[in-house]
Design a protein around this ligand. Sequence first.
Ligand code: IDP
Ligand code: MG
Length: 156
Amino acid sequence: MEKTLIILKPDAVQRGMAGRIITRFEEKGFQICAMKLITIDKNLAEKHYGVHKDKPFYPRLLQYITSSPVVVMVLQAVNGIAVARKMMGATFGSKAEPGTIRGDFGLSNSFNLIHGSDSPEAAAQEIALYFSKEDLQSYERANEKWVYDVSGGSPE
Ligand code: IDP
Ligand code: MG
């Protein structure tokens, strides 16, 4: 099982698309481990996007991500990081494939609805930025044994 940090960015919340995007992950079979609505402050934004600090778009990225509330979630699935990235699609809606979240819901080459961790290292760092260990709910889902084949002892 792999945990990933997902942020429904200010445009997703402002456009009333948070529910639909969350539904996509629920329908796919992801388990919600934590979720909250927050406004990211400059300090937190700088920590989150530090790897991009030398990019030309960095100031606008900080402005965007701090401009309005976001939904922050920890989602869990087998191979969850890669699966979530695939569901998100390419970085901007103008290029993202139809069927992906960015491909179906966005057109901008700056606003792009959603963030998802891109590696296990990034996921661990990002989850720790937004949540404490106690925030992460560990619970058995009623439908778990129909989401995965657990007959071999581990979810497949
Ligand atoms: P990703 O979100 O698909 O992983 P990255 O290249 O890691 O994309 O960039 C992080 C975020 O920075 C993007 O999601 C987007 O919000 C913003 N960003 C990336 N490239 C540009 C750009 O060329 N113009 C404006 N914003 C950008
Ligand atoms: Mg990235």
